[in-house]
Design a protein around this ligand. Structure first.
Ligand SMILES: NC(=O)C1=CN([C@@H]2O[C@H](COP(=O)(O)OP(=O)(O)OC[C@H]3O[C@@H](n4cnc5c(N)ncnc54)[C@H](O)[C@@H]3O)[C@@H](O)[C@H]2O)C=CC1
Ligand SMILES: C[N+](C)(C)CC(=O)CC(=O)[O-]
Length: 496
């Protein structure tokens, strides 16, 4: 699979900013050109939100963040880039001009994607000298969390370009879908616009307010769409006879006068003001950035829930996230670790996500074990027990755990964990982890574990090879000079 080495983003607004964050957090350097005087502040705020979201989204080792540079000219930004993403305002004349400029300045192998949400790639590539490398790469907001990119070629786009574009999205955690024929607004926005038009009529005709309309979506089919889309949802709604029965029963309704979809509502001043006022009331004083943070936390929770779907295999966007994390573990795990063995190893940094909080309003108990388990996993990768090692049939299994809860971790709190090795022999690995509140340094919990090196195919303990033992013993020897951690060897007891 071919990766992106350097990206250029032309336009750094809502969507350009999202692309920039997506690339940077995947470890890719990004050069930006946007003449807006406050472009770097706006982009900086989007990146800050994206970083918060990723800290909640995954415990997998993200690569070191790419380098961000703002350039004075478009030519400077595209120089040396192998993926150039155009995200300037939705005007054909402007986009054509910008794309022609990109075309003239870009390297011969660069892929050029346009974020347009509706313009035809054939129209966009009209004035380009090398139009075969231009395609639509239509993302969804926020680009750093929503994985979909609609890939659409124009009349002059080459098949090799489409193939390369699709391949380069997977390593940054995105899902390219190739739309077979170019049509205005592609697939996603065709659907959204149909819904949007009908929604505007419902507000115009005083059938409901914007808040009621949003409630209708988010308390019902919005929840279904995130995980099964439209057709699979309706297949189930057809009962045991499935889709055919669904079509037989509800197909005729399409001819009933339920919809105004073909008419476009006149967005006059009265309607704009009505929607504007209702939308202000609905926001209840929350700023756009605050709403973005709430949206991101919710999306993270949904993605994490989907990651556990289908009996833990992952489902839809959650399966994609799971696969992405696997690739991060495979590539990043060991290389990302640099450590000072004269101290307990700092191995996991994360934030308390919404799905981690229980009815007491703090991090629920099994999430402590999750962070401690992640800490053990990080130690194992550090000593060479990575995915390849596990796939070859050997691993360490945890055989005993004792957790102490010392403090509370609240939603959004930054936390990190450390590991001190207490002992190691051919088969056993005895470790002590501590979870800290990153802001105050207060210890929130400790965990003592015994792990056994196993032959996972035979299902029994077996001595670890020297290549692993040498590494773990080097750390253990350094840790032997540290004081025994407070609480080591404790058990759950009660004076009688
Ligand atoms: N906002 C959304 O929900 C989505 C938008 N899109 C598409 O993304 C593109 C950008 O839209 P937004 O980010 O929403 O707009 P925006 O208005 O937030 O950002 C556009 C940015 O382009 C910059 N710009 C203007 N002229 C430029 C030039 N000549 N060179 C470089 N930068 C220039 C502006 O300063 C601004 O920062 C459009 O094609 C839009 O259809 C795609 C998916 C979703
Ligand atoms: C409003 N919009 C047409 C620009 C929206 C999109 O293109 C996709 C999205 O994120 O909803």
């Amino acid at each position: 699979m071919t990766g992106i080495n350097k990206a250029a983003c032309i336009g750094g607004g809502v969507i350009g900013g999202g692309w920039i964050a997506r690339f940077l957090l995947a470890g890719i350097d990004v050069d930006v050109f946007d003449p807006h005087p406050e472009a770097s502040r706006i982009v900086g705020e989007v990146i800050a939100n994206a970083e918060k979201a990723y800290a909640m989204l995954t415990g997998a080792p993200l690569p070191p963040r790419g380098k961000l540079s703002f350039c004075k000219t478009l030519e400077e930004a595209v120089a040396g880039a192998d993926w150039i993403q155009e995200s300037v305002p939705e005007r054909l004349d402007l986009k054509r001009g910008v794309l022609t400029q990109i075309d003239a300045a870009a390297g011969p192998d660069a892929l050029i994607g346009s974020s347009t949400s509706g313009l035809l790639p054939t129209d966009l590539q009209r004035d380009m000298k090398y139009p075969e490398r231009l395609f639509v790469a239509h993302p969804y907001n926020p680009v750093y969390l929503l994985p979909l990119v609609e890939i659409v070629g124009g009349e002059k786009t080459s098949a090799a370009t489409i193939k390369a574009a699709m391949e380069r999205l997977a390593p940054i955690g995105m899902k390219g879908v190739h739309i077979a024929k170019e049509i205005e607004a592609f697939v996603g926005d065709r659907l959204l616009e149909a819904l949007w038009r009908e929604a505007l009529w419902l507000i115009h005709d005083d059938i409901c307010t914007v808040e009621t309309l949003d409630d209708v979506i988010r308390y019902s089919f919005g929840l279904r769409w995130a995980q099964m889309g439209l057709f699979q949802t309706y297949r189930i709604a057809g009962g045991e006879a499935g889709m055919r029965h669904f079509l037989a029963q509800f197909g005729p309704c399409l001819a009933w006068p339920w919809t105004k979809l073909t008419d476009v509502v006149d967005l006059d001043d009265v309607l704009i003001e009505k929607i504007g006022q209702q939308s202000d009331e609905q926001a209840a004083g929350l700023s756009i950035r605050e709403l973005e943070r709430i949206r991101d936390e919710n999306l993270v929770g949904i993605l994490q829930a989907l990651k556990g779907g289908d009996g833990g295999k992952g489902w839809g966007a959650g399966k994609l996230l799971k696969d992405f994390e696997q690739s991060l573990w495979a590539q990043g795990g060991r290389a990302a670790m640099s450590f000072d063995p004269s101290k307990p190893l700092k191995l996991v940094e994360t934030k308390v996500g919404p799905a981690w909080v229980d009815y007491n309003g703090h991090m629920t108990e099994h999430r402590y074990l999750q962070v401690f388990g992640d800490t053990s996993d990080a130690l194992l990768r550090l000593i060479g027990v990575d995915l390849a090692y596990v796939e070859a049939g050997r691993s360490y299994y945890t055989v005993e755990t004792h957790i102490r809860h010392l403090g509370e971790a609240k939603l959004g709190q930054a936390i990190h964990s450390t590991c001190q090795i207490l002992g190691v022999d051919d088969k056993r690995l005895h470790v002590f982890h501590t979870l800290y509140d990153t802001a105050t340094g207060e210890a929130l919990a400790t965990a003592e574990h015994m792990l056994l090196h196993v032959d996972s195919k035979a299902g029994k303990a077996t001595p670890a090879p020297a290549v692993i033992l040498d590494k773990v013993k080097a750390i253990a020897e350094a840790h032997a000079n540290l004081a025994a951690p407070e609480g080591v060897g404790r058990h759950v007891g009660q004076k009688r």
